[in-house]
Design a binder for this molecule. Sequence first.
Ligand code: ADP
Length: 684
Amino acid sequence: MTPVDQALDALHTYFGYDSFRLGQDRVVDAILTGHDSLAVMPTGAGKSICYQVPATVLPGVTIVISPLVSLMRDQVDALDDAGIAAAFVNSTQSTEEQRAVISQAAQGSLRLLYVAPERLSAPSFRGLCEHLQISMIAVDEAHCVSQWGQDFRPSYLDIGGFIEGFVRRPIVAAFTATATEQVRADIVRMLNLHDPVMTVTGFDRPNLFLDVIRLSTKQKSEWISRYVHEHADDSGIVYCATRKETDAVAQELRREGVTAAAFHAGLQPEERARAQRAFVNDEVQVVAATNAFGMGIDKSNVRFVIHHNMPESIEAYYQEAGRAGRDGEPARCTLLWNESDIVTRRRLLDMGNANDRLSAEESEFVRSHRRRLLGAMIGYCRTADCLHEYILRYFGEQGGDTAINDSAVSVGGVDDTEKNTGNIGNASDGITASGNPSQVETAVNDAPTGCGNCSNCLGTVKSVDVTDIARMVSRCVHDVGQNFGAGMLVRVLRGSQSQDVLKRGLDRCPSYGKLRDTSEAVIRDVINQMSVDDYLLITEGRLPLVKFGNLAVRTVAPDFRYAITSVIRKGDAPGSSVLGASDDGHGQRRTRSGAGASTNGGGQNVTLDPADEEMFQDLRELRTQIAREIGKPPYIVFSDKTLRDMAQRRPLDEESMLEVNGVGEHKLELYGQRFIEVIASAED
Ligand code: ADP
């Protein structure tokens, strides 16, 4: 049998899967033919299998370097359940315990040994490694070695030296979900990968329904409560920007009878561990968390991830959102945002997080890089294009080369392929502008198009002519000498009598009061959009000023036309104000009480017929019971996907049980009979 055949055999025996997924086969093949490897795959693509399966085929032990202690425990638990001998060494163990684990490995009774990067530089650990036959070193979350990403961990810098220290260098396989060119190059360099086989799999996650909703802060909480109630059987994560928000969201949910926990770095380690365990064990339905939560979570049946605020980059967003639906079943990723999220993000970015290893110049370089990342994130919130496509384009899968292309992502917000703004000359041709944009909206597209699996493709794109508003904004920027922020422009345009306007004499500007009848939200919208389109430039810093952009002069041309395009979510009443809908949330409320595209559309349509659904629930109950007995998370026993397949196939003997996706021989031995009994009793 060739090593690759052996690997297929192991995949089936231990994990109960019939075939490798796209990309996994390439990585496994590279490893088994003695090549270093760098695999870039999105969360949920199945990176672990890529090194776990070869580890069962290669002689000796595979060392897995993994950043988080909790993740190690889950992985080792899962491997144990699959019948693969694995253990971990980390700081929670005494030296004696560590020695015991290493001697197990030295006797050749372990296939995988998980270690935290901090261990690698400890001379005692190095010494112990000398007694081991190490065939492979797998570096999980390898992007932590790069200072370009937000997950940089100084201890990852020790990995390169650790590898070089071996007389017989093991094969090195690095894994990450972060795709940017810079990060990839850093991984190859810092880990000193030898001529690695690169595998970059598709970044699309077709089982994820992508959803963006612009809501005020108060409406965000209402939306979340409602969603969670409507999906009471589903496990989910609500990501928040601050610790305070996680507490508030968790508290609000608990008040309404939902089991919810908060998770953030400010909690005591025991509290954090408790919240994490409770979630993983399905004892709490929802965790409201900061981005500190997740890297240590391997729960495959997370059915929804809601972002209460806009994250700092598409990478961060996709990684967090990607924690939904790792089992391949439909799941939903909703991003709730509003303008104040942008302000907060910009402020955080400018305050910067000091990195002692960087000079002032390098720090500024990193900061401007992060501004570009944020710009692309803002673009995602604003785009009316297919959200799946936006993400793929960002990661360079369509139309681009690879990864982030600096010229394609502007600080202002959108990449140059985005078509959601200012598309004058087609959509809004012939529209007569008026001061009230809601009266002049034009449907650009009423038919559902595109992927059909994101809110933009299900919604209706509307274009609103805002030429007069844009002209007047431009005029006002001129009037105030490009010396003020958006807030002051709004006050001047709306004819505010506030002291800061009057004492500066701005009430004498020609544009003063010219947009008296236009709401602040609409003016702000237009200002923001004009900055995205380069008519205006909003400076960075704590007090951003609105200045003219490169195209400002065009706003005074007689044929200047300007429109804002946005999406009316499916279920919104036709004719509702585009701008109003996004700002006052009425569209959202209508949707929620209506057919329900906003909280039900996409993502949740797992189609089991009622009898199978009942069976699925019975099997789930047994799974929970077994998980309690063995003290492991339920998804380690069997994934939701496996239970669904089982509910449909209803195997009544061991042979047919082995045909269920995700039932390997060891698990069959451990739990098969009990599941067969439940199925048999239901069939009676
Ligand atoms: P990642 O580390 O890339 O986020 P995981 O390794 O956690 O992803 O895998 C995600 C899910 O996909 C797990 O439930 C895993 O068992 C499942 N999986 C991985 N490979 C396969 C395969 N070849 N066939 C079926 N399911 C798979």
